[in-house]
Design a protein around this ligand. Sequence first.
Ligand SMILES: Cc1ncc(COP(=O)(O)O)c(C=O)c1O
Length: 496
Amino acid sequence: MSFQAGSAPYFEALREYAAKEPARLHVPGHKGGAGADPELLEVLGEGALGLDIPALTYGIDVGPLPTPFEGAQELAARAWGSRRAWFLINGASQGNLAAGLALAHYGDAVIVQRNSHSSVIDALVLAGLRPTFAQPEVDSDLGIAHCLAPRTLEIALELTPTAVGAWVTSPTYFGAVADIRALAEIAHRRGVPLIVDEAWGAHLAFHEDLPEHALACGADLVISSTHKIVGSLTQSAILHLGSAHGSVGADELIGADVVDRAVTLIESTSPNSLLMASLDAARRQAVREGRELLGHTMAVLEETRAQIRAIDGLDVLDERMAGRPGVFAYDPLRVAVDLRGLAAGGYELAPILREIDDINLELYGQNVIVAVFGMAERSMKEAPRFVRALRVAAERVGVDPSGEQATFAPPPPWGELAMTPREAYLGRQEVVPALSASGRIAAESLATYPPGIPNVLPGERLTDETLSYIERTLELGGSIRGASDRALRTIRVVVE
Ligand SMILES: Cc1ncc(COP(=O)(O)O)c(C=O)c1O
């Protein structure tokens, strides 16, 4: 049996199950809503709770083959052009963990973009991988990090001949898209699969005016946070295995069976059916209407950017970024506003925008704030509302009379990787004053903003230069992420 792209077999099977009022002699205990807290039932509705059913339900994910669940995943693979797709119920974070566990079947050395999401670092811990970190390109004017340049990957692979994978992130939070085609070619030349954390790019496959998506450019394993911009429910995501680009001769660079086992290992045995149904429905929507919806959203956002540019003191990031180091293309579904011309940075502006008109941003840093738009922003009421609030806020804080910004010196080199992130994570640890931490092995991450590239990761030896750089950044008004003590009076280190 073959499923039609215009259908949503898993979602439809759930609806049919709920509609026939079955005897629910199975979990969950709310029994399709009847046993739920009345207020919860009122808010979520019988429609939603009725679809909340357990795994291994006949006619849904067991029974005649292919099951609707298999059909839904197959349609997702077809929609994005992958060899196989896995629905995930613990976000793109689960996809990264599964990617790490899959790679660990082939060896332990991997190339990892230094400013990867924390779930990639968690994957290194979980899978016991030994990273060679690759530095993304940094835009020192904007104080943000972009993508990995192909040449940087080439050098990292030369330095790590035993690498079993190269792991990059594209698009970034700010909309920069990497040259995945070139990165994939470089990786494949060395017989290594390219893993792309495309958490922010699930929509790229559905409009020709958007940058090409990673699977189309030859990536071998792609992590897609479908909930971020395509409209599935929070926590749902998809892991895709590349179609064939990653084959070297007859050998696959990553086996589907290996990925399958990795996904299962870190998944609940009770995956939430609502999350999976939302993936199935969102995929159907993207296939049927994605092009039109995205076209409309992009047109409105182009106009939005023009209006923001016209506000005194403001600029936007846009396709002019393409061609800068580490930026191959730009994803217009983000509205990233450059605040350098204002007398206030993002940390001051974000609460002002909330106060003016309850504007809640995806991200704010010193120089740039980011508003995220979804694939299907039908009415787009939020875009003019954002512009109006920005106008009021910019007027209130005023333009920067001097044009001066705190400048952050380039960070010192990372400390030596004295043990793997896993050894550091599992090793005996103690908390020591930062002043006496130099020479010790870090058990936690320290990433100063701007630009948010970790200065220290678990397993690395702390150096005087790094510690004083972090201190100086904090004094200049920067911030730190990952540290258990945000004021950095103390640091968690390994007991050697
Ligand atoms: C690049 C990147 N990868 C992975 C993740 C994790 O995604 P999720 O929240 O879906 O687990 C995020 C989350 O923001 C991200 O930005």
